[in-house]
Design a protein around this ligand. Structure first.
Ligand code: SAM
Length: 216
Protein backbone atom coordinates (compact mmCIF):
# COMPACT_ATOMS: atom_id res chain seq x y z
CA UNK A 1 0.00 0.00 0.00
CA UNK A 2 1.44 3.38 -0.92
CA UNK A 3 0.42 6.06 1.58
CA UNK A 4 -1.45 8.89 -0.15
CA UNK A 5 -0.10 12.36 0.59
CA UNK A 6 -2.50 14.09 2.97
CA UNK A 7 -2.74 16.86 5.54
CA UNK A 8 -3.17 14.53 8.50
CA UNK A 9 0.30 12.99 8.82
CA UNK A 10 1.08 15.14 11.85
CA UNK A 11 -2.23 14.30 13.53
CA UNK A 12 -1.51 10.61 12.92
CA UNK A 13 1.99 10.89 14.37
CA UNK A 14 0.57 12.47 17.52
CA UNK A 15 -2.14 9.80 17.71
CA UNK A 16 0.48 7.04 17.56
CA UNK A 17 2.79 8.68 20.08
CA UNK A 18 0.28 9.99 22.61
CA UNK A 19 -2.57 7.46 22.46
CA UNK A 20 -0.85 4.21 21.46
CA UNK A 21 2.91 4.07 22.14
CA UNK A 22 2.45 6.02 25.39
CA UNK A 23 -0.02 3.35 26.56
CA UNK A 24 2.50 0.56 26.08
CA UNK A 25 2.09 -0.75 22.51
CA UNK A 26 5.60 -1.61 21.29
CA UNK A 27 5.12 -3.59 18.04
CA UNK A 28 6.94 -1.47 15.47
CA UNK A 29 5.05 -2.90 12.49
CA UNK A 30 1.75 -2.03 14.17
CA UNK A 31 2.89 1.49 15.08
CA UNK A 32 4.06 2.01 11.47
CA UNK A 33 0.76 0.74 10.07
CA UNK A 34 -1.18 3.15 12.28
CA UNK A 35 1.19 5.94 11.30
CA UNK A 36 0.54 5.32 7.60
CA UNK A 37 -3.10 4.22 7.18
CA UNK A 38 -5.21 7.37 6.54
CA UNK A 39 -7.91 6.84 9.18
CA UNK A 40 -9.83 9.98 8.18
CA UNK A 41 -10.77 8.40 4.82
CA UNK A 42 -12.80 5.76 6.70
CA UNK A 43 -15.22 8.35 8.15
CA UNK A 44 -17.49 10.98 6.63
CA UNK A 45 -15.66 14.10 5.50
CA UNK A 46 -17.55 16.15 8.10
CA UNK A 47 -15.70 14.11 10.79
CA UNK A 48 -12.20 14.29 9.31
CA UNK A 49 -11.04 16.83 11.89
CA UNK A 50 -11.94 14.33 14.67
CA UNK A 51 -10.59 11.21 12.96
CA UNK A 52 -7.37 11.10 15.03
CA UNK A 53 -8.99 11.88 18.38
CA UNK A 54 -8.96 9.44 21.28
CA UNK A 55 -12.52 8.09 20.85
CA UNK A 56 -14.78 6.11 18.52
CA UNK A 57 -16.76 7.92 15.78
CA UNK A 58 -20.08 7.27 14.07
CA UNK A 59 -19.95 5.56 10.65
CA UNK A 60 -23.74 5.55 10.12
CA UNK A 61 -26.23 2.65 10.44
CA UNK A 62 -25.88 3.04 14.25
CA UNK A 63 -22.30 1.67 14.07
CA UNK A 64 -18.88 3.05 14.99
CA UNK A 65 -15.24 3.03 13.98
CA UNK A 66 -13.39 1.96 17.14
CA UNK A 67 -11.12 4.24 19.20
CA UNK A 68 -7.56 4.15 17.74
CA UNK A 69 -6.12 2.67 20.95
CA UNK A 70 -8.69 -0.16 20.91
CA UNK A 71 -7.71 -0.96 17.30
CA UNK A 72 -4.06 -1.09 18.41
CA UNK A 73 -4.74 -3.14 21.55
CA UNK A 74 -6.80 -5.75 19.69
CA UNK A 75 -4.32 -5.97 16.81
CA UNK A 76 -1.41 -6.31 19.25
CA UNK A 77 -3.23 -9.08 21.12
CA UNK A 78 -3.27 -11.25 17.98
CA UNK A 79 0.56 -11.29 17.89
CA UNK A 80 0.78 -11.21 14.09
CA UNK A 81 4.17 -11.64 12.39
CA UNK A 82 3.26 -11.35 8.70
CA UNK A 83 2.34 -14.75 7.27
CA UNK A 84 -1.06 -15.30 8.87
CA UNK A 85 -4.56 -15.81 7.54
CA UNK A 86 -6.89 -13.70 9.68
CA UNK A 87 -10.68 -13.59 10.03
CA UNK A 88 -12.31 -10.34 11.20
CA UNK A 89 -15.97 -10.18 12.28
CA UNK A 90 -17.43 -6.67 11.89
CA UNK A 91 -15.79 -4.88 8.95
CA UNK A 92 -17.55 -1.60 9.83
CA UNK A 93 -15.62 1.22 8.13
CA UNK A 94 -12.79 -1.12 7.07
CA UNK A 95 -10.15 0.75 9.09
CA UNK A 96 -9.29 -2.18 11.35
CA UNK A 97 -9.27 -4.38 8.24
CA UNK A 98 -6.66 -2.09 6.66
CA UNK A 99 -4.47 -2.28 9.77
CA UNK A 100 -4.72 -6.09 9.88
CA UNK A 101 -3.92 -6.26 6.16
CA UNK A 102 -0.62 -4.51 6.88
CA UNK A 103 0.27 -7.05 9.58
CA UNK A 104 -0.59 -10.41 8.01
CA UNK A 105 -0.83 -12.20 4.67
CA UNK A 106 -4.60 -12.21 4.08
CA UNK A 107 -7.72 -10.92 5.82
CA UNK A 108 -11.27 -12.23 5.44
CA UNK A 109 -13.68 -9.71 6.96
CA UNK A 110 -17.40 -10.25 7.50
CA UNK A 111 -19.99 -7.47 7.94
CA UNK A 112 -23.75 -7.93 8.35
CA UNK A 113 -24.68 -4.52 6.88
CA UNK A 114 -24.29 -4.45 3.09
CA UNK A 115 -23.91 -0.65 2.80
CA UNK A 116 -21.00 -0.58 5.28
CA UNK A 117 -19.23 -3.44 3.51
CA UNK A 118 -19.58 -1.70 0.13
CA UNK A 119 -18.27 1.60 1.49
CA UNK A 120 -15.35 -0.18 3.21
CA UNK A 121 -14.49 -1.91 -0.08
CA UNK A 122 -14.39 1.46 -1.87
CA UNK A 123 -11.99 3.00 0.66
CA UNK A 124 -9.74 -0.07 0.83
CA UNK A 125 -9.42 -0.08 -2.97
CA UNK A 126 -8.76 3.66 -3.01
CA UNK A 127 -5.81 3.31 -0.63
CA UNK A 128 -4.49 0.20 -2.35
CA UNK A 129 -5.33 -2.55 0.15
CA UNK A 130 -5.85 -5.69 -1.92
CA UNK A 131 -5.01 -8.62 0.40
CA UNK A 132 -8.55 -8.68 1.82
CA UNK A 133 -11.83 -10.39 1.02
CA UNK A 134 -14.95 -8.66 2.31
CA UNK A 135 -17.96 -10.89 2.92
CA UNK A 136 -21.55 -9.88 3.80
CA UNK A 137 -23.30 -12.12 6.32
CA UNK A 138 -23.57 -13.28 9.92
CA UNK A 139 -20.01 -13.44 11.19
CA UNK A 140 -20.99 -15.19 14.42
CA UNK A 141 -20.94 -18.37 12.32
CA UNK A 142 -17.42 -17.57 11.14
CA UNK A 143 -16.34 -18.30 7.58
CA UNK A 144 -15.92 -22.09 7.41
CA UNK A 145 -14.97 -22.11 3.73
CA UNK A 146 -11.53 -20.59 4.41
CA UNK A 147 -10.99 -22.04 7.92
CA UNK A 148 -8.84 -22.67 9.88
CA UNK A 149 -7.41 -19.24 10.74
CA UNK A 150 -4.25 -18.24 12.57
CA UNK A 151 -6.15 -15.43 14.26
CA UNK A 152 -9.74 -14.19 14.58
CA UNK A 153 -10.85 -10.74 15.73
CA UNK A 154 -14.44 -9.85 16.67
CA UNK A 155 -15.05 -6.10 16.72
CA UNK A 156 -18.53 -6.15 18.30
CA UNK A 157 -19.63 -7.14 21.82
CA UNK A 158 -20.86 -10.73 22.28
CA UNK A 159 -22.89 -12.32 25.12
CA UNK A 160 -20.43 -15.24 25.05
CA UNK A 161 -17.58 -16.44 22.85
CA UNK A 162 -19.29 -17.54 19.59
CA UNK A 163 -18.67 -21.32 19.55
CA UNK A 164 -18.23 -21.74 15.76
CA UNK A 165 -15.24 -19.38 15.87
CA UNK A 166 -13.37 -21.64 18.31
CA UNK A 167 -13.63 -24.54 15.87
CA UNK A 168 -12.21 -22.36 13.07
CA UNK A 169 -8.97 -21.55 14.94
CA UNK A 170 -5.72 -23.30 14.03
CA UNK A 171 -3.63 -24.95 16.73
CA UNK A 172 -1.94 -22.09 18.60
CA UNK A 173 -4.43 -19.69 17.01
CA UNK A 174 -5.69 -16.60 18.87
CA UNK A 175 -9.23 -15.21 19.05
CA UNK A 176 -9.88 -11.72 20.44
CA UNK A 177 -13.49 -10.90 21.32
CA UNK A 178 -15.32 -8.47 23.64
CA UNK A 179 -17.64 -10.52 25.91
CA UNK A 180 -20.19 -9.15 28.36
CA UNK A 181 -23.61 -7.51 28.43
CA UNK A 182 -25.06 -5.11 25.86
CA UNK A 183 -23.32 -2.07 27.35
CA UNK A 184 -19.98 -3.17 28.85
CA UNK A 185 -17.67 -6.01 27.98
CA UNK A 186 -14.26 -7.47 28.77
CA UNK A 187 -11.81 -8.00 25.96
CA UNK A 188 -11.04 -11.73 25.97
CA UNK A 189 -8.16 -13.48 24.22
CA UNK A 190 -8.68 -17.21 23.69
CA UNK A 191 -5.73 -19.34 22.54
CA UNK A 192 -6.20 -22.84 21.14
CA UNK A 193 -3.88 -25.52 22.58
CA UNK A 194 -4.96 -28.92 21.26
CA UNK A 195 -8.62 -29.21 22.20
CA UNK A 196 -8.08 -26.83 25.11
CA UNK A 197 -8.94 -23.14 24.90
CA UNK A 198 -7.06 -20.84 27.26
CA UNK A 199 -8.80 -17.53 28.10
CA UNK A 200 -7.21 -14.29 29.26
CA UNK A 201 -9.00 -11.11 30.25
CA UNK A 202 -7.33 -8.07 28.65
CA UNK A 203 -9.56 -5.50 30.38
CA UNK A 204 -12.83 -3.61 30.12
CA UNK A 205 -14.21 -2.21 26.87
CA UNK A 206 -17.42 -0.96 25.26
CA UNK A 207 -18.57 -2.09 21.81
CA UNK A 208 -21.73 -2.07 19.70
CA UNK A 209 -23.60 -5.38 19.82
CA UNK A 210 -22.65 -8.48 17.86
CA UNK A 211 -25.98 -9.42 16.29
CA UNK A 212 -26.54 -12.91 14.94
CA UNK A 213 -27.15 -16.59 15.57
CA UNK A 214 -24.30 -16.88 18.10
CA UNK A 215 -24.48 -13.25 19.30
CA UNK A 216 -27.36 -11.11 20.57
N1 SAM B 1 -13.62 -2.63 13.02
C1 SAM B 1 -14.54 -1.61 12.58
C2 SAM B 1 -13.86 -0.39 12.06
O1 SAM B 1 -12.63 -0.32 12.10
O2 SAM B 1 -14.57 0.51 11.60
C3 SAM B 1 -15.52 -1.25 13.65
C4 SAM B 1 -16.57 -2.24 13.78
S1 SAM B 1 -18.01 -1.74 14.63
C5 SAM B 1 -17.47 -1.40 16.25
C6 SAM B 1 -18.79 -3.33 14.72
C7 SAM B 1 -19.32 -3.85 13.43
O3 SAM B 1 -19.77 -5.19 13.61
C8 SAM B 1 -20.51 -3.08 12.89
O4 SAM B 1 -20.24 -2.61 11.61
C9 SAM B 1 -21.64 -4.11 12.89
O5 SAM B 1 -22.55 -3.94 11.83
C10 SAM B 1 -20.86 -5.39 12.76
N2 SAM B 1 -21.56 -6.60 13.19
C11 SAM B 1 -22.39 -6.79 14.23
N3 SAM B 1 -22.81 -8.06 14.28
C12 SAM B 1 -22.23 -8.71 13.22
C13 SAM B 1 -22.27 -10.04 12.71
N4 SAM B 1 -22.99 -11.00 13.30
N5 SAM B 1 -21.56 -10.32 11.62
C14 SAM B 1 -20.83 -9.37 10.99
N6 SAM B 1 -20.75 -8.10 11.41
C15 SAM B 1 -21.45 -7.78 12.52
Amino acid sequence: MSPLPDNFALARRRMVQEQIAARGVRDQRLLKAMQEVPRHLFVDEALWSQAYNDHPLSIGEGQTISQPYMVALMSDALGLTGGEKVLEIGTGSGYQTAILARLCDWVYSIERILGLSRQAQRVLEKIGVFNVNLVVGDGTKGHPREAPYDAIMVTAGAPQVPQPLLGQLKQGGRLVVPVGDKHLQNLMRVTRRGEEFISEDLGGCRFVNLIGEHGW
